[in-house]
Design a protein around this ligand. Structure first.
Ligand code: HEC
Ligand code: HEC
Length: 458
């Protein structure tokens, strides 16, 4: 996964990108210098991209380029389109569920960055609100740049085109090609909003207070064709999630710091360096923290699929059946890649923006605080006995949430998961605290404006 490098290569040909890149290098290097001062000896952040820039040229560059320009924050649309306004009403409308008690917002809570409102590994839904789901609820923020799902992702225009593996798509297994396709899934999922079919949903909407608006936006006869009306519901939900600034506010301290409107504390800066250091956290390899094409702000995800070998979670009722396994890309929910056994166990890397506001982590919600997530990352291989149960013969059942034949799919190559049994974890407890301090800078709400404004901070 050479995405960052390739990305920069791809940008090199573009004129607009030159300015952005210039600023990126300047900032990355100046941060690396400060971070290195604070750390005395951590690998400079800029090394990752093989930048030849020295701190001398960097400070010159910094003097020439306004750091505000290094990221282009999207302009906020003046008002929601009529479709998006409808989408907003649908998103919060519990009358569209079989129970009459569940809307999209029940699981994707706007007060929790559109993530789960509680610490449950899986939410309860269905007609009686007692049916447990099988996966933890992801945040709906920062999905806009999700690429189409592809089994073999090649970064466009890179010199040494390299297969990045499966990438993109919506849901933790990429099963939905678009946000409008995705919308039908929770509406019809028997553990969620539990409608029997599309006609059921359309009939409910026809009785809602905004049925007339729906007719105005999508045509007077819209309710006479169930499939069309159902598709329009998806389009409205997609418009809301794409247009409304609450889904991509970019108001974190990270964004403010990147635009020159805030300063990281010494601890946050140490965490930032560890997050990027390929021998330490190496987090940025998958949770990209550099601007994307055209200077778009860092998304903290590369949308790729990796098997991390997260331990089985007894809190999920489906896991009481020892024969049940959630294999992500290769099933049981997504069916088209069933035969691609090399993909079994792989789940999409989620954005880490707002991750500190969650209390349930990974696809199976196995962990409930960031400390445990971090310790799992660095001790999975050095001390597996701490994370996995023991078999009858006393051996540790490493990667116990996968059938034995798929355990070879688990990533053993990327730091911090490249360590040996009994070895030293890539991060110590103090360093874990530093990384978490940095992760906390990714929570929106630090400033009022995308990228932050000094006058409005705090
Ligand atoms: C009962 C809880 C629940 C409800 C209600 C619910 N969702 Fe979800 N949502 C989930 C879970 C769990 C996932 C992850 C499922 C998976 O990966 O298979 C998810 C995934 C998603 C995703 C994909 C996110 C990503 O990272 O790719 C989107 C988009 C989404 N939901 C939108 C909606 C919309 C729109 C509604 C209302 C129509 C809705 N959800 C209702 C639980 C819920
Ligand atoms: C090789 C790629 C890779 C590396 C390196 C990596 N991650 Fe992840 N990360 C993932 C994937 C894939 C998932 C989703 C796994 C799942 O759900 O089973 C994930 C999930 C997470 C989650 C859970 C987020 C949520 O919403 O549930 C956190 C937190 C996280 N990573 C933090 C980190 C930190 C901090 C580092 C560095 C110490 C790191 N990751 C390194 C790929 C990676």
């Amino acid at each position: 996964m050479q995405m960052i490098r390739d990305c920069f290569k791809a940008l090199r040909g573009l004129n607009v990108a030159a300015v952005v890149m210039f600023a990126v290098f300047a900032l990355a290097v100046s941060f690396a210098t400060t971070a290195a001062e604070a750390l005395a000896g951590n690998a400079p952040v800029a090394d990752k991209k093989g930048s030849a820039a020295t701190s001398k040229t960097a400070s010159k560059a910094a003097a020439n380029v306004s750091v505000q320009r290094w990221v282009r924050y999207p302009a906020t649309p003046a008002a929601l389109s009529p479709q998006a306004q409808l989408g907003k009403q649908i998103f919060f409308d519990a009358s569209l569920s079989a129970s009459g008690k569940m809307s999209c917002a029940s699981c994707h809570s706007p007060e929790h960055a559109y993530g789960p409102p509680n610490g449950l590994a899986v939410q309860l839904g269905g007609p009686d609100m007692h049916h447990p789901g099988t996966r933890s609820v992801p945040s709906l923020r920062y999905l806009s740049f999700t690429p189409l799902f592809s089994r073999h992702f090649y970064t466009p225009a890179s010199e040494d085109t390299e297969d990045e593996g499966p990438t993109g798509g919506f849901m933790r297994d990429g099963a939905a090609a678009s946000l409008h396709d995705q919308a039908s899934m929770p509406m019809l999922n028997p553990n969620e909003m539990a409608n029997r079919n599309a006609a059921d949903v359309v009939a409910k909407l026809q009785h809602s207070a905004y049925a007339d608006t729906f007719r105005k936006v999508f045509g007077a006869q819209v309710f006479s064709q169930t499939d069309k009306a159902f598709a329009h519901i998806g389009e409205a939900l997609e418009a809301f999630q794409t247009e409304d600034v609450s889904f991509h506010p970019y108001t974190s301290k990270f964004d403010a710091a990147m635009s020159g409107n805030a300063d990281f504390t010494a601890q946050e800066l140490r965490g930032y360096a560890l997050f990027n250091n390929p021998d330490k956290g190496n987090c940025a390899k998958c949770h990209l923290d550099m601007p994307g094409p055209g200077g778009r702000p860092a998304q903290f995800a590369d949308f790729s699929y990796i098997a991390l070998g997260v331990p089985r979670n007894p809190e999920i009722p489906a896991n009481r059946d020892p024969k049940y396994f959630d294999l992500g890309l290769c099933g049981p929910y997504r069916l088209d890649l069933k035969m691609e056994t090399g993909f079994c166990g792989m789940f999409k890397s989620p954005t880490l923006r707002n991750v500190a506001t969650r209390s349930v982590f990974f696809h199976n919600g196995r962990f409930h605080n960031l400390e445990d997530v971090m310790r799992f990352y660095v001790e999975r291989d050095t001390n597996p006995g701490k994370w996995y149960p023991k078999l009858a013969n006393g051996k540790v059942d490493k990667f116990d949430d996968l059938p034995a034949r798929y355990r070879e799919n688990v990533d053993l190559a990327d730091a911090p998961m490249d360590r040996k049994l009994g070895g030293k974890p890539a991060l110590n407890e103090a360093e874990i605290r530093d990384v978490i301090a940095f992760l906390k800078t990714l929570s929106d709400g630090y400033s009022v404006t995308a990228g932050g404004l000094k006058a409005q901070v705090r």
